[in-house]
Design a protein around this ligand. Structure first.
Ligand SMILES: Nc1nc2c(c(=O)[nH]1)N[C@H]1C(S)=C(S)[C@@H](COP(=O)(O)O)O[C@H]1N2
Ligand SMILES: [Mo]
Length: 249
Protein backbone atom coordinates (compact mmCIF):
# COMPACT_ATOMS: atom_id res chain seq x y z
CA UNK A 1 0.00 0.00 0.00
CA UNK A 2 2.91 2.35 -0.69
CA UNK A 3 3.33 5.05 1.92
CA UNK A 4 1.34 3.73 4.81
CA UNK A 5 -0.94 6.23 6.42
CA UNK A 6 -0.13 6.64 10.07
CA UNK A 7 -3.42 7.55 11.61
CA UNK A 8 -3.65 8.11 15.29
CA UNK A 9 -6.78 9.21 17.04
CA UNK A 10 -5.53 11.37 19.80
CA UNK A 11 -6.51 13.81 22.48
CA UNK A 12 -6.09 17.49 22.00
CA UNK A 13 -2.86 18.19 23.82
CA UNK A 14 -0.30 18.15 21.09
CA UNK A 15 0.95 14.56 21.00
CA UNK A 16 2.24 14.95 17.44
CA UNK A 17 4.66 17.54 18.78
CA UNK A 18 5.93 14.96 21.26
CA UNK A 19 6.39 12.45 18.47
CA UNK A 20 8.16 15.06 16.40
CA UNK A 21 10.49 15.81 19.32
CA UNK A 22 11.36 12.13 19.75
CA UNK A 23 11.95 11.59 16.07
CA UNK A 24 13.95 14.80 15.92
CA UNK A 25 16.08 13.56 18.76
CA UNK A 26 16.78 10.41 16.80
CA UNK A 27 17.56 12.43 13.72
CA UNK A 28 15.14 10.53 11.53
CA UNK A 29 14.66 11.70 8.00
CA UNK A 30 11.13 10.32 7.97
CA UNK A 31 9.88 12.54 10.79
CA UNK A 32 8.48 15.29 8.62
CA UNK A 33 6.72 12.83 6.36
CA UNK A 34 5.16 10.94 9.25
CA UNK A 35 4.01 13.94 11.21
CA UNK A 36 2.83 15.70 8.11
CA UNK A 37 0.77 12.71 7.02
CA UNK A 38 -0.82 12.42 10.43
CA UNK A 39 -1.79 16.05 10.68
CA UNK A 40 -3.21 16.04 7.18
CA UNK A 41 -5.20 12.89 7.84
CA UNK A 42 -6.67 14.35 10.99
CA UNK A 43 -7.64 17.58 9.32
CA UNK A 44 -8.99 15.85 6.22
CA UNK A 45 -11.08 13.31 8.07
CA UNK A 46 -12.03 15.39 11.09
CA UNK A 47 -11.18 12.54 13.45
CA UNK A 48 -13.03 12.68 16.71
CA UNK A 49 -11.46 13.14 20.14
CA UNK A 50 -11.01 10.08 22.32
CA UNK A 51 -14.22 10.54 24.29
CA UNK A 52 -16.22 10.05 21.12
CA UNK A 53 -14.08 7.11 19.99
CA UNK A 54 -14.27 5.18 23.26
CA UNK A 55 -18.00 5.01 23.94
CA UNK A 56 -17.44 3.17 27.22
CA UNK A 57 -15.55 6.18 28.53
CA UNK A 58 -13.86 3.66 30.80
CA UNK A 59 -10.50 5.35 30.74
CA UNK A 60 -12.14 8.47 32.14
CA UNK A 61 -13.84 6.63 35.01
CA UNK A 62 -10.83 4.93 36.53
CA UNK A 63 -9.53 7.25 39.26
CA UNK A 64 -6.04 8.52 38.60
CA UNK A 65 -5.74 6.46 35.47
CA UNK A 66 -5.27 9.39 33.16
CA UNK A 67 -6.17 9.09 29.56
CA UNK A 68 -5.29 6.65 26.83
CA UNK A 69 -4.99 7.82 23.27
CA UNK A 70 -6.44 5.33 20.85
CA UNK A 71 -3.93 4.47 18.18
CA UNK A 72 -4.37 2.63 14.92
CA UNK A 73 -2.03 2.78 11.97
CA UNK A 74 -4.71 1.59 9.54
CA UNK A 75 -7.29 4.28 10.27
CA UNK A 76 -9.74 1.58 11.36
CA UNK A 77 -10.62 -0.07 14.64
CA UNK A 78 -11.09 -3.69 13.53
CA UNK A 79 -13.86 -5.58 15.27
CA UNK A 80 -13.89 -9.24 16.23
CA UNK A 81 -16.17 -11.13 18.59
CA UNK A 82 -14.54 -13.34 21.21
CA UNK A 83 -16.25 -16.32 19.61
CA UNK A 84 -14.63 -15.61 16.24
CA UNK A 85 -11.19 -14.76 17.60
CA UNK A 86 -8.29 -17.17 16.99
CA UNK A 87 -4.63 -17.02 17.91
CA UNK A 88 -2.20 -18.79 15.61
CA UNK A 89 0.82 -20.01 17.50
CA UNK A 90 3.49 -21.37 15.18
CA UNK A 91 6.95 -21.23 13.73
CA UNK A 92 9.74 -22.99 15.60
CA UNK A 93 7.50 -24.87 18.03
CA UNK A 94 6.82 -28.56 18.62
CA UNK A 95 3.05 -28.17 18.76
CA UNK A 96 1.72 -25.44 16.44
CA UNK A 97 -1.79 -24.57 17.51
CA UNK A 98 -4.74 -22.32 16.89
CA UNK A 99 -6.24 -21.17 20.17
CA UNK A 100 -9.74 -19.93 20.87
CA UNK A 101 -10.65 -17.31 23.46
CA UNK A 102 -11.82 -20.13 25.73
CA UNK A 103 -8.46 -21.89 25.38
CA UNK A 104 -6.83 -18.72 26.63
CA UNK A 105 -9.12 -18.17 29.62
CA UNK A 106 -8.74 -21.82 30.67
CA UNK A 107 -5.05 -21.20 31.21
CA UNK A 108 -3.72 -19.88 34.52
CA UNK A 109 -4.63 -16.20 34.71
CA UNK A 110 -2.17 -13.54 35.74
CA UNK A 111 -3.02 -10.03 36.88
CA UNK A 112 -0.71 -7.10 37.02
CA UNK A 113 -1.00 -3.39 37.53
CA UNK A 114 1.43 -1.08 35.80
CA UNK A 115 1.78 2.21 33.99
CA UNK A 116 1.15 2.40 30.29
CA UNK A 117 3.54 4.75 28.59
CA UNK A 118 3.66 5.81 24.97
CA UNK A 119 7.01 6.88 23.60
CA UNK A 120 5.42 10.17 22.52
CA UNK A 121 5.07 11.17 26.15
CA UNK A 122 1.61 10.34 27.47
CA UNK A 123 1.30 7.93 30.35
CA UNK A 124 -1.58 6.24 32.14
CA UNK A 125 -0.74 5.28 35.72
CA UNK A 126 -1.69 2.04 37.47
CA UNK A 127 -3.59 0.26 34.74
CA UNK A 128 -4.93 -3.15 35.83
CA UNK A 129 -4.41 -5.95 33.31
CA UNK A 130 -5.41 -9.60 33.20
CA UNK A 131 -4.37 -12.35 30.85
CA UNK A 132 -1.91 -15.18 30.54
CA UNK A 133 1.84 -15.08 30.53
CA UNK A 134 3.28 -15.14 27.04
CA UNK A 135 5.81 -17.52 28.58
CA UNK A 136 3.03 -20.00 29.41
CA UNK A 137 1.83 -19.91 25.81
CA UNK A 138 5.36 -20.60 24.62
CA UNK A 139 5.63 -23.57 26.99
CA UNK A 140 2.30 -24.87 25.77
CA UNK A 141 3.58 -24.83 22.18
CA UNK A 142 7.06 -26.10 23.03
CA UNK A 143 9.80 -23.78 21.78
CA UNK A 144 12.41 -25.53 19.67
CA UNK A 145 16.16 -25.16 20.13
CA UNK A 146 17.57 -22.34 18.05
CA UNK A 147 14.52 -20.12 18.47
CA UNK A 148 15.55 -16.58 19.41
CA UNK A 149 12.72 -14.18 18.59
CA UNK A 150 8.97 -13.76 18.29
CA UNK A 151 7.02 -12.07 15.58
CA UNK A 152 3.58 -10.85 16.61
CA UNK A 153 0.80 -9.98 14.21
CA UNK A 154 -2.47 -8.11 14.39
CA UNK A 155 -5.75 -8.80 12.63
CA UNK A 156 -5.70 -5.17 11.51
CA UNK A 157 -3.53 -6.71 8.80
CA UNK A 158 -0.68 -4.21 9.09
CA UNK A 159 0.77 -3.78 12.57
CA UNK A 160 3.52 -6.11 13.75
CA UNK A 161 5.84 -6.34 16.71
CA UNK A 162 8.91 -8.27 17.78
CA UNK A 163 10.36 -9.55 21.04
CA UNK A 164 13.47 -11.49 21.91
CA UNK A 165 12.83 -14.87 23.52
CA UNK A 166 14.24 -13.52 26.78
CA UNK A 167 11.86 -10.54 26.73
CA UNK A 168 8.91 -12.75 25.86
CA UNK A 169 9.72 -14.97 28.85
CA UNK A 170 9.46 -12.14 31.36
CA UNK A 171 6.64 -12.51 33.91
CA UNK A 172 5.40 -8.97 33.14
CA UNK A 173 4.79 -9.69 29.47
CA UNK A 174 1.25 -10.97 28.98
CA UNK A 175 -1.32 -11.79 26.38
CA UNK A 176 -4.16 -9.76 27.86
CA UNK A 177 -7.92 -10.26 27.61
CA UNK A 178 -8.90 -7.72 30.27
CA UNK A 179 -7.74 -4.21 31.06
CA UNK A 180 -9.15 -1.42 33.23
CA UNK A 181 -11.30 -3.97 35.06
CA UNK A 182 -13.24 -5.31 32.09
CA UNK A 183 -13.05 -6.82 28.62
CA UNK A 184 -10.57 -5.14 26.32
CA UNK A 185 -12.63 -2.86 24.12
CA UNK A 186 -12.41 -2.84 20.35
CA UNK A 187 -10.60 0.51 20.52
CA UNK A 188 -8.00 -0.83 22.93
CA UNK A 189 -7.28 -3.86 20.74
CA UNK A 190 -9.79 -6.43 21.97
CA UNK A 191 -10.62 -9.14 22.32
CA UNK A 192 -6.94 -9.89 22.96
CA UNK A 193 -3.84 -7.71 22.88
CA UNK A 194 -0.28 -7.89 24.05
CA UNK A 195 0.86 -6.01 27.15
CA UNK A 196 4.61 -5.56 27.54
CA UNK A 197 4.83 -3.77 30.89
CA UNK A 198 8.49 -2.72 30.89
CA UNK A 199 8.43 -1.26 27.39
CA UNK A 200 6.87 1.68 25.58
CA UNK A 201 3.34 1.23 24.34
CA UNK A 202 4.23 0.40 20.77
CA UNK A 203 5.32 -3.07 21.93
CA UNK A 204 1.79 -3.73 23.23
CA UNK A 205 0.32 -4.85 19.93
CA UNK A 206 -3.45 -4.58 19.65
CA UNK A 207 -5.89 -7.00 17.99
CA UNK A 208 -3.44 -9.86 18.40
CA UNK A 209 -3.94 -12.84 16.11
CA UNK A 210 -0.54 -14.46 15.62
CA UNK A 211 2.63 -15.42 17.44
CA UNK A 212 5.41 -16.85 15.33
CA UNK A 213 8.57 -18.21 16.92
CA UNK A 214 11.61 -17.52 14.74
CA UNK A 215 15.40 -17.76 14.67
CA UNK A 216 15.91 -14.13 13.65
CA UNK A 217 14.78 -10.62 14.48
CA UNK A 218 12.12 -9.12 12.29
CA UNK A 219 11.59 -5.53 13.44
CA UNK A 220 8.00 -4.41 14.03
CA UNK A 221 5.96 -1.72 12.30
CA UNK A 222 7.30 1.30 14.21
CA UNK A 223 10.74 -0.22 14.42
CA UNK A 224 10.96 -0.19 10.64
CA UNK A 225 10.20 3.52 10.95
CA UNK A 226 12.99 4.20 13.41
CA UNK A 227 11.87 3.32 16.92
CA UNK A 228 14.22 1.18 19.00
CA UNK A 229 13.68 -2.58 18.82
CA UNK A 230 14.42 -2.73 22.55
CA UNK A 231 11.77 -0.36 23.83
CA UNK A 232 12.59 -0.21 27.56
CA UNK A 233 10.73 2.62 29.25
CA UNK A 234 13.21 5.23 30.41
CA UNK A 235 16.20 3.82 28.57
CA UNK A 236 15.46 3.62 24.86
CA UNK A 237 14.46 5.98 22.08
CA UNK A 238 16.74 8.67 23.42
CA UNK A 239 15.30 8.57 26.96
CA UNK A 240 17.23 8.22 30.17
CA UNK A 241 14.94 8.37 33.18
CA UNK A 242 13.17 6.25 35.79
CA UNK A 243 11.64 2.92 34.77
CA UNK A 244 7.99 2.34 35.75
CA UNK A 245 6.73 0.37 38.73
CA UNK A 246 4.99 -2.96 38.24
CA UNK A 247 3.01 -4.79 40.89
CA UNK A 248 1.80 -8.31 40.28
CA UNK A 249 -1.06 -10.33 41.70
N1 LIG B 1 -2.42 -3.05 16.05
C1 LIG B 1 -1.91 -1.94 16.63
N2 LIG B 1 -1.36 -2.06 17.84
C2 LIG B 1 -0.83 -0.97 18.45
C3 LIG B 1 -0.80 0.30 17.81
C4 LIG B 1 -1.40 0.38 16.52
O1 LIG B 1 -1.45 1.45 15.89
N3 LIG B 1 -1.95 -0.75 15.96
N4 LIG B 1 -0.21 1.38 18.41
C5 LIG B 1 0.75 1.09 19.49
C6 LIG B 1 1.11 2.27 20.26
S1 LIG B 1 2.26 3.32 19.59
C7 LIG B 1 0.60 2.48 21.51
S2 LIG B 1 1.14 3.77 22.48
C8 LIG B 1 -0.47 1.63 22.05
C9 LIG B 1 -1.70 2.46 22.36
O2 LIG B 1 -2.69 1.67 22.93
P1 LIG B 1 -4.18 2.20 23.00
O3 LIG B 1 -4.62 2.51 21.61
O4 LIG B 1 -4.98 1.13 23.68
O5 LIG B 1 -4.12 3.47 23.84
O6 LIG B 1 -0.85 0.59 21.17
C10 LIG B 1 0.20 0.03 20.42
N5 LIG B 1 -0.30 -1.12 19.69
MO1 LIG C 1 2.83 4.72 21.29
Amino acid sequence: MGARADREVEGRDGTPVGRRAVLGLLGLGTAGVLVGARVQDKVAEGLAPISAIDPTGLSDLVPGAGRFRIYTVTGDLPEMARSAWRLRLGGLVDRPDTLTFADLTEMEPVGLTADFQCVTGWRVADVPWKGVRLSDLLDRAGVQPGATHLRLTSFDGVYTESLTMEQARRPDVIVAYEMLGGAITKAHGGPVRLYVAPMYGYKSLKWLDGIEVTDHLEPGYWEHLGYDVDAWVGRSNGRDDEPPEVSGS
